[in-house]
Design a protein around this ligand. Structure first.
Ligand SMILES: [Zn+2]
Length: 331
């Protein structure tokens, strides 16, 4: 391969982790913002006691890395050497730690036919974008969705047991989960979903009888020109990666540091904010008839800059909210 082609191939390889929420880079940005905001606090010390020399950015991808533990193959880790961001966890001891979590969070929610195993479902909700706020009850919400998952990990860090069906064994595991889940809770397509008829028209799953065939799986079943809609939202531009976090960006994050009310209502409040961004994410998007495994989607003109702005706002909010929650857990 010519050097240029080689470089291009390397870039494509590095950005092809399509099943990753926010992509690893987005989670690392959120972890890095939070770490900078809690510098010098008690929370920083308590975190260090739980994860040692790892950083919040390092652990921010842990629950995605754990998805490579295969229940069908004796809880073996299948992605050895595949993703550079999981490399830190690819030691016998840390692979055993991931396997142990998956073993306890595999069938505990009694997944229905066609559903993913439990811990994979913790990463999202699929509340319809027609709803104006997040609440538990509408189609696509679950006790063990992303909102419930953030609250469960928070409880364990506060010294309480995790509510069923979550099985979180200790504070370290809870922190490994929390840092990632707060990130996912700010990715618009991890919270709000569009539901479509066979012909590609928008339907409201909470009106009449719900038809599971209308679910678009967080945009995974919406095919754009070169990728699916979920991946388009998971990917972040280089300008939004952790090394680009500067004083101005942090100052903006600091202002967002003030969610009102009881901490166990925070995940729900944040989900409502993200749901509004999901409504914006689907604004003007056109869908064609379902074909094969997906609906074709066409983005409106000017979509890309709008999407980048939303991503920056949500990454900033994610980092600020994570810092706020960690400091509320350890005041
Ligand atoms: Zn995730």
């Amino acid at each position: 391969m010519k050097p240029f082609a080689k470089a291009l191939a390397a870039i494509l390889l590095a950005t092809s982790s399509s099943c990753w929420a926010w992509g690893a880079a987005g989670h690392q940005t959120i972890g890095t913002i939070a770490a900078k905001l809690i510098q010098g606090s008690r929370a920083e010390q308590e975190i260090q006691a739980l994860i040692g020399n790892l950083s919040l950015a390092d652990i921010s991808v842990w629950p995605d890395c754990a998805k490579a533990i295969s229940p069908a193959q004796g809880y073996k880790y299948l992605n050895e050497g595949k993703y550079k961001d999981c490399k830190l966890f690819e030691t016998p001891e840390r692979e055993a730690e991931m396997a142990d979590f998956v073993r306890r969070n595999d069938q505990n929610c009694q997944p229905k036919p066609g559903e993913e195993i439990c811990h994979k479902q913790y990463h999202y909700s699929d509340i319809a974008i027609q709803r104006s706020s997040y609440s538990l009850g509408p189609v696509g919400t679950r006790e063990d969705d992303i909102v419930g998952a953030v609250a469960a990990a928070t409880r364990v860090l506060k010294g309480e047991p995790a509510p069923a069906p979550f099985n979180i064994k200790d504070k370290r595991e809870a922190l490994l989960l929390l840092v990632h889940y707060v990130g996912d809770l700010h990715q618009p397509l991890h919270v709000g979903a569009v539901y479509l008829s066979k012909k590609g028209s928008r339907v409201d799953p909470d009106k009449g009888t719900y038809n599971p065939a209308t679910a678009t799986r967080g945009g995974n079943s919406i095919q754009l020109k070169s990728t699916d809609m979920h991946s388009t939202w998971d990917d972040i531009p280089i300008t939004l990666t952790a090394p680009r976090i500067d004083g101005l960006w942090l100052a903006h994050a600091k202002v967002l540091h003030s969610t009102p009310g009881d901490i166990y209502t925070w995940p729900q409040q944040w989900a409502t904010g993200t749901l509004k961004e999901a409504q914006a994410a689907f604004k003007g998007v056109k869908f064609g008839p379902f074909k094969g495994k997906s609906w074709p989607g066409t983005l409106p003109a000017g979509y890309s800059p709008t999407m980048s702005d939303i991503k920056k706002d949500q990454l900033t909010a994610g980092g600020a909210h994570l810092a706020e929650l960690l400091q509320a857990i350890w005041p």
